[in-house]
Design a protein around this ligand. Structure first.
Ligand code: ZN
Length: 253
């Protein structure tokens, strides 16, 4: 069985003690991953992880929290990184929940990265929190965009809005949390061909591991929950979502 974690942060310091062990366990268990950059430094680290490991791919982008540092120089460096083997732009988007960067700066950085993705014909890994109307409006204006709404946890209406733009939905540990019944209801009506699995590790561990560090091997628990929601065998869910990821990111299965 193969599984594809489409959103990991293996370069983060939480993995400094055992990164190589986790990476080799992933290879053993058939777990592939996209390592996602949040700033220039982690984008470089993502590409390096990808270069060293055939089952890891790199995405380069500036997270909305880091948007305050986004300028023409950042954009030029990001473009250079994206041209050296990245499979996606991201993560980028809007986060009006924590507002660690001013809204205006977030919007400028988001639009610039969507344009970079279009000019380089790359998919986008999208982050959205407490900014849905603005997020959708910008995607509509800058579109068409190929990409995934990472850590999607909305209801069916939001899912339909994202799907109508041609986007995939990234589903992770929160689908196992008791409070997310609306998300599980929505997933019953969404075609599996539009879903990607992810962990967002070291964050968002599945319910049984809350309070602990998450890692790409735990993507299996997300797949198990989806298998239960859809009433399909785990192996089938793993394979469909693996192929979805290969298709979006242009990776050979
Ligand atoms: Zn992330």
């Amino acid at each position: 069985m193969r599984l594809f974690d489409t959103h990991a942060h293996l370069d983060f310091p939480q993995f400094d003690g055992d990164r190589s062990i986790i990476v080799s366990m992933m290879r053993e268990k058939g777990v592939w991953a996209i390592n996602v950059g949040v700033d220039l430094q982690s984008s470089v680290a993502s590409l390096q992880l990808a270069q060293e490991n055939p089952h890891i791919f790199g995405a380069c982008g500036i997270h909305p929290h880091e948007a305050k540092s986004f300028n023409a120089e950042t954009e030029a460096k990001l473009q250079e990184l994206l041209k050296s083997g990245a499979v996606a732009v991201g993560e980028c988007g809007l986060d009006f929940y924590r507002n660690l960067s001013p809204k205006d700066a977030q919007i400028v950085a988001f639009r610039a990265q969507l344009r970079l993705a279009k000019s380089l014909d790359l998919p986008v890994i999208l982050h959205e929190r407490a900014a849905w109307p603005e997020f959708l409006a910008i995607l509509r204006e800058e579109g068409p965009i190929r990409g995934v709404v990472h850590a999607f946890s909305g209801d069916y209406l939001r899912a339909q809005e994202a799907l109508s733009l041609g986007l995939y939905l990234g589903i992770g540990g929160p689908v196992t949390y008791p409070k997310n019944e609306a998300l599980r209801q929505a997933l019953r009506k969404i075609p599996p061909t539009r879903i990607l699995l992810e962990t967002d590790c070291p964050y968002l561990p599945p319910q049984d591991f809350r309070g602990q560090r998450n890692d790409p091997l735990k993507v299996r628990y997300v797949a198990e929950k989806l298998a239960q929601i859809w009433g399909r065998p785990l192996e089938e869910v793993a394979e469909i979502t693996f192929e979805n990821a290969c298709k979006l990111f242009g990776v050979k299965p």
